[in-house]
Design a protein around this ligand. Structure first.
Ligand SMILES: Nc1ncnc2c1ncn2[C@@H]1O[C@H](COP(=O)(O)OP(=O)(O)OP(=O)(O)O)[C@@H](O)[C@H]1O
Ligand SMILES: [Mg+2]
Length: 341
């Protein structure tokens, strides 16, 4: 990494999610978008790899190297490992500890005060000089180019791997919001558990996720499709091939999807009447990777009676919003410096 870049890149946007984390700078855009996984040498405490590299290191490196996923349900569950992950992300992006980065980070609106403090402290431990937390729905609305500062209602729903949140935003703040600590990962867990019950088999998590991508429909459409996957019998451990139908996959989605519709309804029903009207006119936008589930927008539209669409690059909207915050922040700092003279 060019030394000049290392010194310059001091403003960093971070969106760390349950499944994936993203890092961006105002000047260089998105530099990292990989799984929220960190491989640590437990002897030295050093970060060996982050992201895809950490996943690849499973079983291929010394037995002192352990792979951690420090996030669940949208927030950190392991402060120390999160700090190491962030420090590994800085390294990968060529951001030196010496640059004492100013960091803008998203946090789910449902995160507790303790979770927020842990996230902030983890970034500081990783070398950040200053950390600003932005609630994820605000970052998403900025990323979508919604008029967040105006006295109109903008509705956004984030559907991630471990957290889901719906928010109605006006005058720069969240007017009504609701959240659930579940997301795409919970669909995978429900599919796995149904496969175990119905077929007596265990299927690797990566295969389950692909079954979801290829077969699931939030509206229960099956198109008669199925896929044959490799599995292991629960009782004997023998390898087998099983045919998994879209009907089984769809059945597994029911609880999480019902709860998600209820979440969006709760948020909208709490809205003041004039903002409700804005939402009826402008519709609702879904962001987050889990929003790509087939027919999810149609399901939420049916459950709420308003128009729903899925954002382009749905999983990148939050980091794009944070990147815009960085750009604003540096122009604001330039402005303040000018006033100083
Ligand atoms: N085409 C698709 N169909 C269904 N689900 C999908 C698709 N593409 C991605 N997903 C799901 O999206 C989720 C990842 O989304 P995202 O990267 O937004 O989550 P995250 O930011 O890591 O999580 P969170 O913000 O909840 O902590 C995974 O559960 C993944 O299986
Ligand atoms: Mg996310």
């Amino acid at each position: 990494m060019d030394l000049a870049l290392k010194v310059l890149a001091t403003d960093v946007a971070l969106d760390i999610g349950t499944a994936n984390c993203r890092l961006a700078t105002a000047q260089r855009g998105i530099l990292f978008n990989e799984p929220t996984v960190v491989a640590i040498d437990t002897n030295s405490g050093d970060v060996v790899e982050v992201g895809f590299g950490a996943l690849d290191s499973v079983g291929r490196t010394s037995r002192h190297v352990v792979v951690f996923r420090p996030f669940a349900q949208g927030t950190t569950v392991d402060f120390d490992v999160t700090a190491r992950l962030i420090s590994g992300l800085f390294d990968r992006a060529g951001i030196s500890k010496m640059s004492r980065a100013r960091v803008v980070m998203s946090v789910p609106s449902l995160a507790t005060a303790i979770e927020r403090r842990a996230l902030r402290q983890a970034a500081i431990q990783a070398g950040a000089r200053e950390v600003s937390l932005v609630e994820a729905p605000i970052a998403a609305a900025i990323g979508l180019g919604m008029p967040v500062q105006d006295p109109v209602g903008s509705a956004v729903t984030i559907l991630g791997a471990g957290a889901s949140e719906a928010a109605l935003i006006s005058l720069g703040g969240i007017v009504t919001g609701s959240g659930r600590r579940h997301g795409g990962n919970d669909l995978d867990a429900a599919i796995a558990s149904l496969l175990r019950q119905r077929h007596g088999v265990v299927v690797a998590p990566g295969i389950i996720e692909v079954l979801k991508w290829n077969l699931a429909s939030a509206l229960g459409h099956t198109h008669g499709s199925s896929e044959v996957v490799s599995a292991r019998m629960v009782d004997s451990g023998d390898p087998v091939e099983v045919e998994v139908g879209a009907d089984l996959v769809n059945l597994a989605l029911t609880d999480v999807l019902n709860s998600t519709i209820k979440m969006v309804q709760d948020c909208l029903s709490d809205a003041p009447p004039d903002l409700s009207q804005d939402v009826s006119a402008g519709g609702l936008t879904l962001v987050g990777g889990h929003a790509r589930l087939s027919d999810f927008a149609e399901l939420i539209a049916t459950g709420t009676g308003i128009e729903v669409n899925v954002a382009d690059d749905a999983d990148l909207v939050i980091i794009q919003g944070l990147q815009l915050c960085l750009a604003e922040m540096s122009s604001l700092h330039a402005l303040l410096r000018n006033v100083d003279r």
